[in-house]
Design a protein around this ligand. Structure first.
Ligand code: NAD
Length: 380
């Protein structure tokens, strides 16, 4: 199949991600079938798509005519066969459970056209494992959008072990047609690029608090106002959801090793169901509005203490053949809104300085902090 032949898209799951992906596909001119398990969820999703498009129209990014045309290209259904029978590309965005996603891929495999591409929006499951559910694993690919899909420009394109080059190329071209920036993740690996770099950084911040070295506000203030991140790691953990952070860390711990074990403060909040903004309490309380992070609270915290382990994680991706430096930089800027990519920070701060911080941490807290082969090779 060529990208010009790709015309009809099925999105399975109309939740946070599914409705947003359906929206961007419809705006890009695709015929979209959106499927979920109840008509009520689908009605709600269509309502959300309409209000999101209206907001874009108000800002002048979409005409009234294009808004109505986009909406008219979306059909909703609770019937899986109906949704996929004419689809050239299927994107699943159902809850993050391997058994559920495999079952759905198996059903899709039987009901969709033979040539159709089967894409998953999974954040942490293995594409290779998902592909085991279908007869032609070469047609399966990870197409990882970021939340909200209508605004976030990044899409990580992830091949499984058996994914064909043609499938990867189609997935990359499709992302570009949606006006997104795709980055190629060379090898299926837990957390792909953005989550692999970002989530251990949140865990690291929490380990510093656990060890009694600095306080939440000191770290958040330093990362926001000195490192110029959009927000500090604790505010971000609350924003993403403590349950999501915890569950991704558990996958990393299992697949990558004990260094990634969720820190005690994250585990405690998870067990107490203090999941961040959505439950009204996490590292901060939200009942009286958003927390205020004072600009001067971070004076004592050296941001390299967090930047060095985070950049080391990015460098491990390069050492392990998972991604190229330029793609890691693009992914972290577009997927995590960082002011610069990790390897741009290396250029600015100097590899020697960062490996120095890591060696100190390695001495105090163990081998997990050892500078990666790639970061060491960058030393002046
Ligand atoms: P969600 O819970 O908001 O939505 C999932 C939807 O799937 C629900 O509406 C549910 O009713 C529906 N569903 C359940 N079983 C179904 C079935 N058999 N067929 C069709 N629909 C079914 O979840 P979400 O946050 O949109 O996440 C979906 C996927 O996207 C997950 O794999 C998640 O890891 C990934 N993801 C989420 C985010 C995020 O920030 N929320 C970001 C990137 C990727």
């Amino acid at each position: 199949m060529k990208i010009e032949d790709l015309k009809t898209v099925a999105i399975l799951g109309a939740g946070t991600m599914g409705h947003g992906i359906a929206q961007v596909a419809a705006v890009a001119g695709y015929r979209v079938f959106l499927r979920d398990v109840s008509n009520e969820i689908l009605e709600n999703a269509k309502g959300n798509i309409r209000s999101s498009l209206e907001r874009l129209a108000k800002r002048g990014r979409l005409s009234e005519k294009d808004l109505e045309a986009a909406l008219s290209r979306i059909s909703t259904t609770i019937d899986l066969k109906e949704a996929v029978k004419n689809a050239d590309l299927i994107v699943e965005a159902v809850p993050e459970r391997l058994d559920l996603k495999q079952r759905i891929f198996k059903e899709v495999d039987e009901a969709a056209p033979k040539e159709a591409i089967l894409a998953s929006n999974t954040s942490s499951l293995s594409i290779t494992d998902l592909a085991k559910a279908v007869k032609k694993p070469e047609r399966v690919v990870g197409l990882h959008f970021f939340n909200p899909p209508a605004l976030m420009r990044l899409v990580e394109v992830v091949p499984g072990e058996k994914t064909s080059k043609e499938t990867v190329e189609l997935a990359m071209s499709f992302a570009k047609k949606l006006d997104k920036t795709p980055v190629f993740v060379k090898r299926d690996s837990p957390g792909f690029i953005v989550n692999r770099v970002l989530i251990p950084y949140l865990n690291e911040a929490s380990k510093i608090v656990e060890r009694g070295e600095f306080k939440v506000l000191e770290i958040d203030s330093a990362m926001q106002f000195k490192a110029k991140f959009p927000m500090g790691p604790f505010l971000l953990s609350d924003y993403i959801g403590i349950d999501i952070v915890y569950e991704i860390l558990r996958v990393f711990e299992e697949k990558l090793g004990p260094f990634y074990k969720p820190s005690a403060p994250i585990e405690k909040l998870f067990k107490e169901k203090k999941l961040g903004r959505k439950t009204g309490e996490g590292f901060y309380g939200y009942k009286e509005g958003a927390p205020k992070v004072p600009e001067d609270a971070g004076a004592v915290f050296d941001v390299n203490r967090l930047l060095a382990p985070m950049i080391n994680e990015a460098a491990k991706l390069v050492s392990e053949g998972i991604a190229e430096t330029g793609d890691v930089d693009t992914a972290m800027k577009l997927g995590a809104n960082l002011p610069e990519g990790p390897f741009e920070t290396v250029k600015r701060v100097g590899a020697d300085k960062l490996t120095g911080v890591l060696k100190e941490l390695e001495k105090k807290h163990g081998k997990g902090y050892a500078p990666s082969a790639f970061l060491s090779s960058l030393k002046q």
